[in-house]
Design a protein around this ligand. Structure first.
Ligand code: AGP
Length: 611
């Protein structure tokens, strides 16, 4: 969602704060701001609507220098994205704070502050927190104590970093439900909402837990938990390389990340299989005990990760013969789900910080599931810390807001899960070996599929001016069609919907005319003939078909039908992953033509840490 950076040093921290923001901008980007205490112990604050570049332009016009400061890139929750609502928010001329998350009881706290004579200039919940800290400071003139007193009053989710020119030797940070990481430097220290912000200055990190408040000076980091104790928060070394965040030769992160998929899938498989068999311990030391007891699976996720869960349902039912249900996390939280005995709860999340998914996991923990397993891409994330079993996808940092390599690595990890669960029952050793062999072919198949790049670029020209599109798939390809539609709408703003092809005649067929492109994925499987009949229904209404087809599926291009032949026949286990790639490329190139901001589509954010 929003991004936070803070630093305290014996040198100018503005370049650290700005580079951190640039690295976090993919998370949220409707306004940005910075506050530093200058050499005269004055708080200097600068905020701009728009991207970090607008803030940098502002700094170029009015340079600011200081040894302590905070910065923020915002994705609006309370109040429209204008300068007044941008962070840092302040109280008086001495205190500035940045905040990620949502304070649910801000209106009642605000009323008390209004009664006490505080004036508000923004519509944000964050300004309430700033005044509240000042309110407590009036009583005891201790910044750490004032922040602790304030967070004890807050209901909701927050990552907070606070600086005051009255206390120019310390930054205070607090976490509840939204990530905060402390970075340890040499004679300087940092804080951020994500390690990515701090990679140019440190690899050593401490992750705050919910309820923690940290007191950060140039020479020390002190963490207090909600009880006021000094908890043991270990220093961890990040393995991420600094240039994992660069676009390299590609014009957008999304294109880079699409092309990284063969390697990302290979990395996700590496060390998880040996001699044609799955290494169950890859899921954690309790995996064997849990999997052998599992009698049902319940998968929870949001967005693209939810689509990955829908694919997994087909595989878990088919391979393991276990019942499997899949829920959208924000719905599951408020549904009184009935949990059968020995049900494994599985969450899927690229970021591991999606609040809906995290809260769904927390709600599930009260419901008596057998165990909680997370499939996730960020090792330091809350989801990983709160789960019993984990399987990391190894996609590497995904910067483009549109999920690409995160999705295909999730599908890979979920296929491994289906094999692990099937092993104790419905899956025999020969079939396991065959399926593992098929997964191991994926990197090569993906490389071949990426060679369609130029052809799809041409195809996209016929898409970019459309207002609507339909995506069709049958069986396990239906969630892939859903993912294709999501990609198109989120970055090109073309309205796109996905349907199981057999469902079209029950309503959506009414939308089909010669201005409605219909995209479909057609591997050569047992549903192919059924799919062909459904496509005839589209042609009969003048709909223009775009078919990504198996070489032997028997499709031919003709007026109104464009067939793009996939490079090779693929097996059922491989098809969802392989057929995702052309749909990603189609959206990408449609967006290039439309000129949208591909890596940072409007109104969205990479990591959704609000409800
Ligand atoms: C899709 O391109 C989006 N990035 C979005 O749907 C995303 O998958 C969703 O917000 C869930 O995020 P997560 O995987 O980090 O939990």
């Amino acid at each position: 969602m929003c991004g936070i950076v803070g630093a305290i040093a014996e040198r100018d921290v503005v370049p650290i704060l700005m580079e951190g923001l640039r690295r976090l901008e993919y998370r949220g980007y409707d306004s940005a701001g910075i506050a530093v205490v200058d050499a005269n112990q004055k708080m200097i604050r600068l905020r701009r609507v728009g991207k970090v570049k607008a803030l940098q332009d502002g700094l170029d016009e009015n340079p600011v220098v200081g040894v302590i400061g905070i910065s923020h890139t915002r994705w609006a929750t309370h109040g429209e994205p204008n300068e007044v609502n941008a962070h840092p928010q302040s109280s008086g001329d001495h205190l500035s704070i940045v905040h990620n998350g949502i304070i649910e009881n801000y209106l009642s706290l605000k009323q008390e502050l209004l009664d006490a004579g505080y004036e508000f200039e923004s519509e944000t919940d964050t300004e309430v927190v700033a005044h509240r800290i000042d309110f407590h400071l009036q009583k005891n003139n201790d910044l750490l104590a004032a922040v602790r007193a304030t967070v004890a009053e807050l209901v909701g989710a927050y990552a907070l970093v606070i600086v005051s020119s009255k206390f120019p030797d310390r930054l205070i940070a607090a976490r509840c439900g939204t990530p905060v990481v402390l970075g340890l430097g040499e004679g300087e220290n940092y804080v951020a909402s994500d390690v990515a912000a701090l990679l140019p200055v440190t690899r050593r990190f401490i992750f705050l837990e919910d309820g923690d408040v940290a007191d950060i000076t140039v020479a020390s980091m002190k963490v207090l938990d909600s009880e006021g104790n000094n908890p043991d928060r270990p220093v961890r070394k990040s393995q991420l390389s600094e240039n994992a965040m660069d676009k390299g030769q590609y014009s957008h992160f999304m294109l880079k990340e699409i092309h990284e998929q063969p390697e990302a899938v290979a990395n996700t498989l590496a060390e998880r299989v040996a001699g044609g068999h799955l290494l169950e311990q890859a899921f954690g030391h309790k995996a064997h005990e849990v999997f052998s007891k599992t009698r049902a699976v319940h998968i929870i996720a949001c967005g693209t990760s939810y689509h990955a869960g829908l694919v997994a349902r087909y595989q878990i039912e088919q391979i393991c013969r276990l019942p499997c249900s899949v829920d959208i996390a924000s719905e599951y939280r408020y549904r009184n789900a009935v949990v059968a005995d020995n049900t494994l709860y599985v969450t899927i999340s690229q970021s591991g910080e999606t609040l809906d998914t995290l809260e769904a996991l927390r709600a599930a923990k009260k419901k008596g599931y057998l165990a909680h397993l997370a499939i996730c891409n960020v090792p330091e994330s809350s989801l990983i810390r709160e789960s019993d079993l984990v399987l990391m996808t190894r996609a590497g940092p995904e910067i483009g807001v549109a999920s690409t390599k995160a999705f295909t690595t999730q599908l890979t990890a979920l296929a491994l899960l289906a094999i692990a669960l099937g092993r104790g029952g419905a899956l025999d050793a020969d079939t396991e070996q065959k399926l593992i062999g098929q997964l191991m072919q994926l990197p090569d198949l993906l490389k071949q599929t990426l060679k369609l790049d130029e052809e799809i670029k041409e195809l996209a020209k016929r898409f970019a001016d459309k207002l609507h599109a339909l995506f069709l798939g049958r069986g396990i390809q239906h969630p892939i069609a859903m993912e294709g539609a999501l990609k198109l709408k989120e970055i090109s703003y073309i309205h796109a919907e996905a349907y199981p092809a057999g469902e079209l005649k029950h309503g959506p067929l009414a939308l089909v005319d010669d201005d409605m492109p219909v995209v479909t994925v057609a591997p050569n499987n047992e549903l192919l003939e059924k799919l062909k009949s459904n496509l005839q229904e589209v042609r009969a209404r003048g709909g223009e078909l775009f078919v990504f087809a198996d070489p032997d599926a028997g499709f031919k291009s003709e007026p109104g039908v464009t067939v793009l032949t996939m490079p090779a026949h693929v097996e059922e286990m491989q098809a969802p992953i392989v057929y995702t790639l052309p749909l990603q490329l189609l959206s990408y190139y449609a967006d290039v033509i439309k000129g949208t901001d591909i890596d940072k589509p409007r109104n969205l954010a990479k990591s959704v840490t609000v409800e």
